[in-house]
Design a protein around this ligand. Structure first.
Ligand code: MBD
Ligand code: FE
Length: 283
């Protein structure tokens, strides 16, 4: 016989409906999810109309999502979930006192098939009129020994000055503002890029609707995404942020950490770039 929804055993019945062939981790994750969702609905006295509005938002996110628009992830991002999970995953793994470079979220605009480029190459293949060309360089090193890691991979991506990543913008050539680099015999990488600029996350879909309903702005501080990998070291996914940016303290996706804030400085005697960023990655 069905139990009344306010009967506390109702939630147990739903959880206990899981069969023996589920894995222990799946059983635990689903039990927690069901329990928290039921408690949430009871505590907030969620109405059918409110629940249906949520369902419609999920359906909308699904309809919008394709390989150029990762709306489900963006919805998680504006609710702080990707940043929370990142923190849980990489803090529970244990940080030494003199720690590796801090992690930050991957975000919805990563592309798996970014090409390798030569050190010193310009990733600005479609140059916007207001480009502030920047030379970014540094080393990848072992966080404990500080030894350079030779042949490490540094992958980067950034949005253009119009606030769009290459796959969002038909005006940019494919893989514009993206590249993978291998560190040289001194553990060094280098490339030319744009000084990153702040921009709003796409706000014409459910993530934008949620921001509007919560009376929040969609802006992210200027950032460059980095993934660094080397042999059997723990891969690093992170972002670095411009110290001069006005959104550092209110990133719409909650990804900023103090240790990831960097200083872009003037660069002399380089016709290709008037700005420079030296950044070492510690794995
Ligand atoms: C971005 O550019 C981004 O990096 C993240 C994490 C979320 C939305 C847009
Ligand atoms: Fe981004």
């Amino acid at each position: 016989m069905a139990t009344h929804r306010f009967d506390p055993t109702f939630t147990d019945n739903v959880i206990n409906a899981m069969g023996p062939k589920t894995t222990p981790r799946m059983r635990k994750l689903m039990a927690g999810l069901i329990r928290h969702m039921h408690d949430y609905a009871r505590e907030e006295e969620l109405t059918v109309d409110e629940w249906m509005a949520g369902v419609q938002m999920l359906n909308w996110a699904g309809r919008m999502s394709d390989d150029k628009r990762n709306e489900g992830q963006l919805v998680c991002d504006v609710l702080g979930l990707e940043s929370l999970v990142d923190e849980i995953t990489f803090t529970l793994a244990g940080e030494a006192q003199d720690a590796p470079t801090a992690t930050a979220i991957l975000g919805p605009f990563f592309r798996a098939d970014t090409p390798y480029r030569e050190n010193g190459e310009d990733i600005v293949k479609t140059k916007p009129a207001d480009a502030e060309m920047t030379f970014m360089h540094g080393r990848v090193m072992d966080f404990q020994t500080k030894q350079p890691l030779v042949g490490a991979t540094v992958e980067v991506w950034q949005a253009s000055t119009n606030g769009l990543y290459e796959q969002q913008d038909p005006e940019q050539v494919e893989f514009n503002l993206r590249g993978k680099f291998k560190t040289d015999e001194d553990g060094k990488y280098s490339f030319y890029c744009l000084r990153p600029t702040p921009y709003p996350v796409p706000n014409d879909g459910p993530a934008g609707k949620l921001l509007e309903l919560m009376d929040r702005h969609p802006f992210r501080p200027a950032h460059i995404h980095i993934i660094a990998t080397y042999d059997n070291y723990r891969p690093l996914t992170t972002q670095i942020f411009d110290r001069k940016d006005k959104y550092l303290d209110n990133d719409s996706v909650f990804a900023v950490k103090d240790s990831l804030v960097v200083d872009f400085v003037p660069r002399k005697d380089d016709p290709q770039a008037a700005i420079e960023l030296e950044y070492d990655v510690k794995l």
